[in-house]
Design a protein around this ligand. Structure first.
Ligand code: DHB
Ligand code: FE
Length: 283
């Protein structure tokens, strides 16, 4: 039986990856953010999973806006790193776990979640920056296999917060029914409050973010009661990415142990956060 050992919530801001890629993490702008990652990175390095399921949104890099799957799972052997305009990030190719992917697709569809199957695509900053937050110096290979799980949070109509949470619960069931004894980590990426364009560009709502960081641990159901309009109003048009944290949280047990948390403003013009949860029962 495969099992989820931990869950990570993290922002996936492109400039966080660029700071690492260009050796700028010691520039005065960045230590307040990267110092906050340290305890979580150390703990995750001591608790390496076999497979990471990274819940993220493609930002119109791999998936054309003409075809927008609500939930999609990658089933490839490997996923090249996307070129988002400045060349692909200098990070390792992402190696997949196709047998587990195929199993998840079948189980989730049987369970009523009609997944789109993606056999070939490139992964953008939503996935690669999240991997870099987890593992800053991967060398030639990431420490684990990866299954990309894509959620449409960018084009109306997006799945509701409640649907994302229910999807996470179904994901947990599907992982548990995989016969091989794999250790799995689940990443929920994106957020926190941010709006990249329009009249409210630069919106940061720290009280909402702090409420969300608390509730994602102890009362995620309260976050499923918010409408997508609530998310956009409170967290900005791209802050709606936070619903992907609910996929991760739905996949974890009701009781989890918070290992670490960090919140920092600004990273570009966003609020960035990290929250790490151990999913193994502590006695
Ligand atoms: C930016 C892009 C993102 O996808 C995100 O989640 C946060 C910030 C950006 O371009 O700054
Ligand atoms: Fe994003």
């Amino acid at each position: 039986m495969a099992e989820i050992i931990w869950g990570l919530a993290t922002s996936h801001v492109p400039s966080i990856g660029a700071a690492m890629d260009n050796n700028r993490t010691s520039d005065p702008y960045w230590p307040p953010l990267f110092d906050g990652y340290e305890p979580a990175r150390k703990w995750m390095a001591e608790n390496t999973p076999d497979v990471a399921i990274v819940v993220y949104n493609d930002h119109a890099n791999a998936i054309d806006l003409d075809v927008v799957p609500t939930f999609a799972i990658g089933t490839a052997d490997l996923y090249p790193v996307a070129d988002e305009g400045w060349g692909p990030r200098p990070v390792p190719t992402v190696l997949g776990a196709p047998e587990l992917s195929e199993h998840l697709v079948k189980e989730l569809i049987d369970d009523g979640f009609d997944i789109t199957v993606c056999r070939e695509f490139k992964v953008d900053h939503g996935l690669t920056v999240s991997m870099s937050v987890y593992c800053p110096d991967p060398g030639t290979a990431w420490p684990c296999l990866v299954i990309p799980l894509i959620v449409n949070v960018i084009q109306y109509p997006q799945p509701t917060a409640a649907r994302c949470h229910a999807f996470g619960k179904a994901l947990d069931e599907a992982i548990r029914s995989f016969p091989e004894g794999l250790k799995v980590a689940v990443f929920g990426t994106g957020g926190m409050s941010h709006q990249l364009a329009g009249a409210r560009a630069g919106l940061i709502n720290e009280p909402f973010d702090r409420m969300f960081l608390q509730a994602i641990e102890v009362d995620p159901v309260s976050l499923t009661e918010l409408t997508l309009e609530d998310y956009v109003r409170e967290a900005g048009s791209e802050g709606i990415e936070l619903t992907m944290w609910l996929v991760m949280r739905g996949a974890l047990d009701e009781q989890v142990t918070r290992i670490h948390e960090a919140y920092h403003v600004p990273a570009s013009n966003t609020a960035a956060a990290l929250a790490l949860f151990d999913n193994r029962i502590s006695i």
